[in-house]
Ligand binder design. Structure first.
Ligand SMILES: NC(=O)c1ccc[n+]([C@@H]2O[C@H](COP(=O)([O-])OP(=O)(O)OC[C@H]3O[C@@H](n4cnc5c(N)ncnc54)[C@H](O)[C@@H]3O)[C@@H](O)[C@H]2O)c1
Length: 447
């Protein structure tokens, strides 16, 4: 469903009217177009501590225009506030900040450049995991979380900002390519931890080349967008949905050159059927199939409760366990679970759904260490308000509230969720494990 308010607010007459009555104007967000090569089309600004030099080395792979600001040890030309070009992407290394006094470096770096940001600018702060640091550094690194989550709410024109907490060997290139490009246009205000990763992408034009990827609930909506995006990135896709969705599933598989599995993931023998359907093993598993059966708890029937828990949580857990135990999930495999911001913040009328979606975050946390023993990873992606068939059915007032109550003032598209899944599916994304990445425009729900 299209968001007509964005079109109106960005038209000539709409801009004047909306401005006159003080309503916000949601930006037109940029999105990745197939065939694009450069993550950043515009200028990259690098600054801060020692990791700035590492980012500067990667800069030619990201853009043909990079500058340094408030940092030493790079060969990049210096950028001057007010004189330099508009900035499309920023990486600031704050990993060296080790006490409260040094936090002012954040203000000193970001304040001069805020007014020089281009539309849909992507900003990244690099920090360290606070736990385990000595107390002064722990406090300072924790403070950076509050700084980034607040600054991003002040960005205009579709700007987004994330904090990546790293150690010395953390895999960085894949994360920079995702977080500095329009692939992460609807990801905002996130804090993610990255470690080293033994496997790497070899061809950035097809980062999933040679990988087999299974997507459940692939016949429509977000699942179909995930399948398309994984196929775009070079994966052989295997599309699963209930037998009733066969026609849509077959049509999508024909278009993407993939194959299908007609299966209800709650069937008693679903695990055996799935393992039999994947004789060559699987590299990427996306548990996307999900249902809602909303009622306040007072009116919640056992059927509503049981069906949501069965599809959304029990089946992903059982199938992941079976694929792992049977060796069907290959070494260095990637498992991605579709959670929801409802599972983080809770939502009236969704005790069953929110329980299932929070449980998926628990599944990622609980299975992460086990999968890591084989080089594999498991993470949850939590979409906020996404423009789909599901959200189009919502009453008007609820739908408008869901759309606007985030830092970007609009809903996301299925492609935005799919891009996050595709990044977590990459070989180098073993650097992220047992975590949850929200794709919600920094929704006020579940912040
Ligand atoms: N749309 C949103 O705004 C939003 C927000 C947060 C999270 N999510 C989550 O994203 C995922 C996809 O959402 P969507 O809006 O595209 O949903 P959708 O209803 O459009 O699609 C879900 C798909 O799952 C399939 N499915 C359902 N039960 C199944 C079963 N037992 N076995 C196999 N397949 C089954 C359906 O046939 C359907 O094709 C869901 O897990 C949902 O909870 C969506």
């Amino acid at each position: 469903m299209s968001d007509r308010y964005i079109d109106f607010a960005n038209s000539d007459i709409g801009r004047r009217l909306v401005g006159a009555v003080g309503l916000p104007t949601p930006a037109r967000l940029e999105r990745w177009q197939a065939g694009r090569l450069r993550p950043i089309e515009g200028s990259l600004l690098v600054g801060g501590g020692p990791l700035a030099a590492k980012v500067a080395e990667l800069a030619p792979k990201l853009t043909d225009s990079a500058f340094a600001f408030a940092c030493e040890g790079t060969n990049l030309p210096a950028w001057t506030a007010g004189l330099g070009p508009k900035i499309k992407a920023v990486v600031y290394d704050a990993s060296h900040i080790a006490d409260i006094g040094e936090l002012k470096q954040l203000r000193e770096f970001f304040q001069p450049l805020i007014k020089s940001l281009d539309n849909s600018a992507h900003l990244l702060v690099l920090g360290r995991v606070p736990e385990g640091l000595e107390p002064a550094a722990h406090i300072a690194q924790k403070a950076i979380e509050g700084f980034t989550r607040s600054l991003t709410k002040e960005l205009r024109n579709g700007g987004v900002l994330q904090l990546l907490q790293l150690d010395a060997d953390s895999e960085l290139e894949g994360a920079l390519r995702f977080f500095l490009s329009p692939k992460s246009t609807y990801v905002d205000g996130q804090v993610l931890r990255l470690t080293a990763c033994a496997t790497q992408v070899t061809d950035w034009t097809r980062p999933l080349a040679g990988k087999k990827a299974l997507v459940t609930g692939a016949a429509r909506g977000i699942g179909a967008a995930i399948a398309e995006t994984l196929a775009r990135d070079g994966a052989d896709v295997i599309l699963l949905d209930v037998p009733q969705a066969k026609a849509d599933l077959d049509a999508l598989a024909a278009r993407l050159g993939g194959r299908t599995v007609d299966l209800d993931i709650c069937a008693a023998d679903a695990a055996q059927q799935l393992i039999a359907a994947l004789p060559d093993g699987i590299d990427v598993v996306v548990h996307n199939a999900g249902i809602t059966r909303d009622k306040t708890l007072v009116n919640m029937t056992p059927e509503y409760w049981d069906s949501v828990l069965a599809v959304n949580l029990d089946a992903p857990q059982r199938l992941t366990q079976a694929l792992f135990d049977s060796g069907t999930l290959k070494d260095n495999g990637r498992v991605i679970l579709l959670s929801s911001t409802s599972g983080i913040a809770g939502n009236r009328g969704q005790t069953n759904y929110a329980a299932s979606k929070a449980g998926l975050i628990g599944l990622a946390q609980a299975y992460g260490p086990k999968l890591a023993e084989r080089g594999a990873s498991i993470n949850a992606v939590a979409p906020g308000f996404i423009e789909t068939h599901m959200t189009a059915q919502m009453p008007f007032a609820l739908r408008e509230a869901g759309r606007r109550m985030n830092a970007l003032g609009q809903g996301g598209l299925p492609q935005d969720v799919a891009e996050a899944v595709a990044w977590l599916a990459q070989p180098g994304s073993g650097a992220v494990n047992g975590q949850v990445l929200r794709v919600c425009g920094q929704s006020v729900v579940g912040a």
